[in-house]
Design a protein around this ligand. Structure first.
Ligand code: C5P
Length: 230
C-alpha cells in the first residue's frame, strides 16, 4: 500500500533528488509543500510525476471562489494525486476548487482535501483573534469545517491522527501529519502519534517528514512506517 507520504521539506531540488536516490524501486508518495514549490515551481512537480512518483501538492489555497477555481485548473494540469484548500474559505470556494480541477485535462481524478483548523491554532487564538464564539472549541470548529468540506463534495481532510476516526465515520479520507516513530523527538509538533496509533484511528494516509528525512537511515525509517501502518 502506498499510503505513507514523505513530507519533502527541503530547500532545493538538489537536496530532494539526492534524498530520493536511495529510494529507487520503492516509489514513495511525496508531499511537496510551499517551500519547495515556491523555489522550484511547477516544473519540479512535472518532473517528479514523469519519474512516476505520486504527489500530494500541499499549497492550501484560500481566496475568493473565482480565483481558487482558476488556480486549481492550473494545479489540475499538473496531474497531482492529492491537493488542498483551507476549509475556512467557505463551501462556495471549496466547490469552485473542485470545479477548477474538473475543468482541467489532468485533474479529474485528483483528490481534493481541506485543512480544517491548523494545528498551530489553539483555543486562545480561536476565540480572541478569530472571534469564534466561546461555546465552540477547536474540535467543534474542525468537525464543522469537515462537514462543510463534505457538503462541498471534497474527498477528505488534513487532520491529526486523533481526529481520523471521526472523519472516517463522516465518509471522508484523512491525511494525517504529526507522525513520529517510537523514540523520535516530537520537535515542534504538539500532538504526535506513531504509525500504528494512526492505523488504530483509521487514518487513510500518514504524512511523515523528519522521522524519515532526518533519520540516519531514511529508507529503513520509511519501511518501518509502511510496516507499522499496514
Ligand atoms: O517533519 P514532520 O513529520 O513534523 O512534518 C510534517 C509535515 O506536515 C510538514 O510538511 C508540515 O508542514 C505538514 N503539516 C503539519 N500539520 C498540519 C498541516 C501540515 O505538520 N496541520
Amino acid at each position: 500500500m502506498n499510503n505513507v507520504i514523505i513530507a519533502c521539506d527541503f530547500d532545493s531540488k538538489e537536496k530532494l533528488m539526492n534524498f530520493l536516490k536511495d529510494f529507487k524501486g520503492l516509489n514513495p508518495y511525496l508531499k511537496i509543500g510551499m517551500e519547495m514549490y515556491y523555489k522550484e515551481g511547477p516544473s519540479l512537480v512535472r518532473e517528479l510525476k514523469n519519474l512516476g512518483f505520486k504527489i500530494f501538492l500541499d499549497l492550501k489555497l484560500h481566496d475568493i471562489p473565482n480565483t481558487v477555481k482558476k488556480a486549481m485548473k492550473q494545479i489540475g494540469e499538473l496531474g497531482v494525486d492529492i491537493t488542498n484548500v483551507h476549509a475556512e474559505g467557505g463551501i462556495e470556494m471549496m466547490r469552485a476548487a473542485r470545479e477548477g480541477l474538473n475543468e482541467s485535462q489532468n485533474g479529474k481524478n485528483t483528490k481534493l482535501i481541506a485543512v480544517t483548523v491548523l494545528t498551530s491554532i489553539n483555543e486562545d487564538i480561536l476565540h480572541n483573534e478569530l472571534l469564534v464564539d466561546k461555546t465552540y472549541n477547536v474540535a467543534d470548529a474542525a468537525s464543522r469545517l469537515a462537514l462543510n468540506a463534505k457538503s462541498a463534495g471534497l474527498d477528505g481532510v488534513v487532520c491529526s491522527s486523533f481526529e481520523a476516526k471521526i472523519m472516517s465515520d463522516l465518509g471522508l479520507i484523512s491525511v494525517c501529519p504529526g507522525i513520529r516513530l517510537k523514540g523520535d523527538s516530537s520537535q515542534d509538533q504538539k500532538r504526535v502519534a506513531t504509525p500504528s496509533v494512526a492505523k488504530e484511528n483509521h487514518a487513510t494516509f500518514i504524512v511523515v517528514g523528519r522521522s524519515i528525512t532526518g533519520s540516519l537511515n531514511p529508507v529503513e525509517a520509511y519501511k518501518k512506517c509502511l510496516e507499522e501502518f499496514n
